[in-house]
Design a protein around this ligand. Structure first.
Ligand code: B12
Ligand code: SF4
Length: 553
């Protein structure tokens, strides 16, 4: 399973050692797929994420041939183990079930597939998304998974559906697919379509965008009707904590400007959208392209239309002309992501960013009338209190209008995750618990007793003192992002941790080294041969299941 042989001619590689399981015969028999169930597992934060991958899959297959139904377990707040989910799935009786997953909800996603197999052992299952891609070696052998899609699948999904129907399917033709061959597991080359205009825009209705927006989907933008767009794909950088380049590749691919303009017009006139969030990893990488896009948008003169780049942009990939054009096109704020103020940490991150340029560029952006918000990571491996103080120093020096101070999350499959596993600082298979509840899966040794809530609050207070003119903006954002109750809770926590610093790890660190061993042992009880460490949400699902079995017995 671990040794990889690259066949240079076919550009396919084979993972040896994984035995084809008994369902292999089934996989090579033709299947007439009529009904497709796409399950969005519980665990996503609906104020941040929508089932966008399904919007793409749905609009890019021949809809006259398939009935596609999206089961949104996040909206319905239900687990795979819930009876209502099982009933709904059984009623629909799909021929194929797909699931998409980020790391924290990956066990729940796998459970959805297991449930589908329990209901109908003949059903074909597949999994895709960020976690399935960056951790494919571990997921591909998981119970309930027939096929795995690595990276993009907008176009290859329909090729896959066609192959399933063939007497002698040629799965080698399906880009991004990992499947069980006769002898071993095959991982095809990835689906990285050069001409992005061949891909149709996502079907926003099928993923209930309007419902999401009405219920708070508006990451860091005012409560306007908003929609995500994906304009450029790929990122040439190599930041050690990030899975993006593996998902969408290193070269940047772009939609043509006329394609984008039609898309924007559709959102504005037909959907009433007034805020467009550009989801790209590196929208301004090609400055010239970003400028062309802005100019085309300015020419449209769409009153009240605003833009955001919620993932942040690389500061060195822009100049005063670009910032000015962005302002004219409808940006009000630019997110930038230095991630740290520490020279030591920036090197360890492989961020390839010269920290010295940061204050100058922040000033340059502010000079054209844009607010600047910064993303920073706290508690990166190897960090000590001095590194966090250097981060604070950078924040104050730059006079950011706002900052997001996020806990470091080791993401399975990323370079830093692999490094921590090989140094035995993390057990293989450890999953982040949740991206929204402030819990950590890892804490550097030197920061075990560090009072993080106090540091964060102090930093915000110092920012306000440092730049009183910015105070109303700073406070308004704080109260928009965090409910007063949450701020009050944080203040209480600060005092609590000051008195009992050791309790901090117990409170916010889900898998402290002391209980990692227990977690592994526990997970092995739950499922034999499993290589995952189960987050609490999954344990909740397991106990639900156990209760049910007890009742039935
Ligand atoms: C946009 C984005 C955000 C936005 C979301 C905004 C929004 N309005 O939706 C914002 C900025 C809010 C955000 C926040 C965060 N994000 Co983010 N984000 C992304 C980004 C750049 C794109 C995701 C996206 O929607 N892409 C478009 C969709 C259509 O693509 P897709 O999901 O990959 O789907 C395609 C394929 O994967 C495949 N596919 C997917 N599912 C399925 C299923 C089947 C059955 C099949 C066949 C195919 C298939 O086909 C699809 C079409 O090609 C990715 C990086 C990336 N390049 O993907 C990170 C990423 C998803 N984010 C990540 C993280 C960690 C975060 C944060 C924790 C960062 C932080 N520290 O705060 C927060 C979490 C927020 C929360 N509480 O939930 C990680 C997740 C890693 C993981 N393994 O879980 C990623 C991969 C980046 C990284 N750092 O490595 N994020
Ligand atoms: S963090 Fe940003 S710049 Fe770095 S690799 Fe990921 S997407 Fe690229």
């Amino acid at each position: 399973m671990n040794s990889v042989c690259v066949d240079k001619n076919s550009r396919k590689f084979t993972l040896f050692g994984l035995k084809p399981d008994c369902s292999e015969e089934r996989l090579w028999r033709p299947v007439r797929v009529k009904k497709i169930a796409l399950i969005w597992p519980k665990g996503y934060d609906p104020t941040y994420s929508i089932p966008l991958p399904y919007g793409y899959l749905k609009s890019n297959i021949d809809e006259s041939r398939y009935e596609v139904r999206i089961f949104d377990n996040t909206i319905l707040n239900r687990l795979a183990a819930d009876e209502l989910f099982k009933q709904d799935l059984q009623e629909f009786n799909p021929d194929l079930v797909g699931v998409s997953t980020w790391s924290p909800m990956s066990i729940e996603a796998l459970d959805c597939l297991k449930v589908a197999k329990e209901l109908n052992p003949e059903v074909i299952t597949c999994i895709g998304g960020a976690h399935a891609t960056s951790y494919h070696e571990k997921i591909v052998g998981a119970k309930g998974v027939d096929f795995l899609f690595r990276g993009e699948a907008d176009l290859s999904f329909s090729v896959f559906l066609e192959q399933l129907e063939k007497q002698d399917p040629d799965f080698f033709n399906v880009k991004g697919l990992i499947f069980r061959g006769k002898e071993s597991v095959i991982a095809n080359d990835l689906d990285r379509e050069e001409d992005l205009d061949k891909i149709k825009i996502p079907d926003y209705d099928s993923i209930q965008l309007d419902y999401y927006v009405r219920n708070g989907y508006r990451w860091n933008c005012p409560p306007k009707i908003n929609a995500p767009v994906w304009i450029t794909r790929g990122c040439p950088y190599r930041c050690g904590y990030c899975a993006a380049p593996e998902l969408n590749g290193k070269p940047i691919r772009t939609h043509s400007i006329p394609y984008m303009i039609e898309w924007i017009k559709y959102l504005y006139f037909q959907r009433g959208v007034r805020w467009v969030n550009i989801l790209d990893d590196n929208f301004t990488y090609h400055k010239k392209y970003a400028k062309e896009f802005c100019r085309a948008v300015i020419d449209l003169r769409l009153k009240g239309l605003r833009f955001g780049t919620p993932n942040g942009i690389r500061m060195e990939r822009g100049d005063k002309e670009l910032w000015t054009l962005m302002k004219q096109a409808g940006w009000q704020t630019l997110m930038v992501a230095p991630e740290t103020g520490s020279e030591k940490t920036i090197k360890r991150m492989d961020k390839d960013l010269d920290l010295k340029i940061v204050p100058r560029i922040v000033k340059e952006i502010q000079e054209v009338g844009l607010k600047v918000q910064g993303f920073l990571i706290l508690g990166y491996p190897g960090e000590s209190k001095e590194d966090l103080l250097a981060t604070r120093e950078l924040i104050l020096k730059c006079a950011f209008n706002f900052v997001f101070l996020a806990s470091f999350q080791p993401l399975p499959g990323t370079p830093i995750y692999k490094e921590l596993v090989s140094n035995k600082e993390l057990p293989e298979g450890l999953l982040p618990h949740s991206y929204s509840d402030g819990t950590r899966a890892y804490m550097p040794d030197a920061l075990k007793k560090f009072n993080f809530p106090k540091f964060i609050l102090q930093t915000h207070l110092l920012m306000m003192i440092n730049d009183p003119k910015n105070l109303p903006y700073h406070l308004s954002l704080m109260f928009k992002l965090f409910a007063p109750r949450q701020i009050f809770k944080k203040v209480i926590l600060i005092f609590f941790y000051s008195l009992f610093p050791k309790r901090q790890a117990g409170e916010t660190l889900i898998f402290s080294p002391a209980n990692q061993q227990n977690q592994v042992a526990q997970s092995q009880d739950i499922e034999e041969n499993s290589s995952f460490i189960y987050p609490p949400m999954h344990q909740q699902a397991q106990s639900l299941q156990a209760e049910k079995t007890k009742e039935e017995a």
